[in-house]
Write a protein that binds this ligand. Structure first.
Ligand SMILES: [Zn+2]
Length: 207
C-alpha cells in the first residue's frame, strides 16, 4: 500500500505519506491551512497538499481513527507515456489505468483486451476472432516471442472478465491487472516507441 499515516492526533490533521497523483512524487502531505479534518463516525475526512513546489496538487483523504488511510482522491494512477502511440490505443489503455486506480479490476481487464483489439486494427491484423487476429499480427510486427505469448495471456484475462463462463484465471484482482498493464505497456513500447528511442540515441552520435 502506498499510503501510511506518519502521525495522528485526536483532532485529525495527520501528516500523510502519499504518492502524488498529479506529479507522481512521494512526499509528506500536510493539511491545508485553516481547514480542519471532519470526523464522521470512526473516519476522518481531510484535504492535503502535495509538498512539491512545482505541483502543490490537492488531495482529499479518508482515514480511520486507528491511523489507517482508506482512500485518497484523485486516486493514484500507474504512469504511462503515450508518445508515438496512436490516440485511440493510448485512450483505451488510459481508461484501463483509470479503472485500475478506482479498483475496478474486471473493467480494467476488458479495457486491456480492447487495447489489443485496437492494436490489431491499427496494424491491419485480420481474423474472425482476437486469437486469430493476434496470430496474424505476428507477420505484421516484429516482437520478441514472449510479448506475443503475453498478448495471448491478456486475451484470456479479458475473456474471463467479459464472460462469466470463462474461468482461465482464478480471479481478476490487483495483481493480475498490474501484471497485465505492465505487459501491455511493454507491447506498445516495442511496437511504437523503440524506433523513436533508437533515433534519439543515433542523433547524439558524432557525425
Ligand atoms: Zn504533486
Amino acid at each position: 500500500m502506498y499510503i501510511k499515516v506518519l502521525n495522528f492526533n485526536l483532532g485529525g490533521g495527520a501528516r500523510l505519506s502519499l504518492s502524488c497523483p498529479h506529479c507522481g512524487h512521494q512526499g509528506t502531505f500536510e493539511p491545508l491551512q485553516n481547514i480542519t479534518d471532519v470526523n464522521v463516525g470512526h473516519l476522518w475526512l481531510g484535504q492535503r497538499k502535495c509538498p512539491n513546489p512545482q505541483c502543490y496538487g490537492h488531495l482529499f483523504c479518508i482515514y480511520e481513527g486507528n491511523g489507517n488511510v482508506l482512500r485518497s482522491y484523485p486516486a493514484l494512477r500507474i504512469d504511462f507515456d503515450p508518445k508515438n502511440i496512436p490516440e485511440r490505443i493510448a485512450k483505451t489503455l488510459a481508461e484501463a489505468l483509470v479503472c485500475h486506480a478506482e479498483q475496478c479490476f474486471v473493467a480494467s481487464a476488458i479495457m486491456i483486451r480492447r487495447t489489443l483489439e485496437e492494436l490489431c486494427e491499427d496494424k491491419k491484423a485480420q481474423g474472425d476472432t482476437l486469437k486469430e487476429r493476434l496470430q496474424s499480427l505476428r507477420s505484421a510486427v516484429v516482437l520478441p516471442n514472449e510479448l506475443f505469448v503475453a498478448m495471448d495471456e491478456l486475451r484470456l484475462l479479458g475473456n474471463d472478465a467479459a464472460h462469466i463462463e470463462a474461468k482461465t484465471y482464478n480471479s481478476i484482482g490487483r495483481e493480475e491487472i498490474e501484471a497485465g498493464i505492465s505487459l501491455t505497456k511493454e507491447i506498445l513500447k516495442a511496437v511504437y516507441q523503440l524506433d523513436d528511442l533508437v533515433k534519439k540515441l543515433q542523433a547524439l552520435k558524432n557525425q
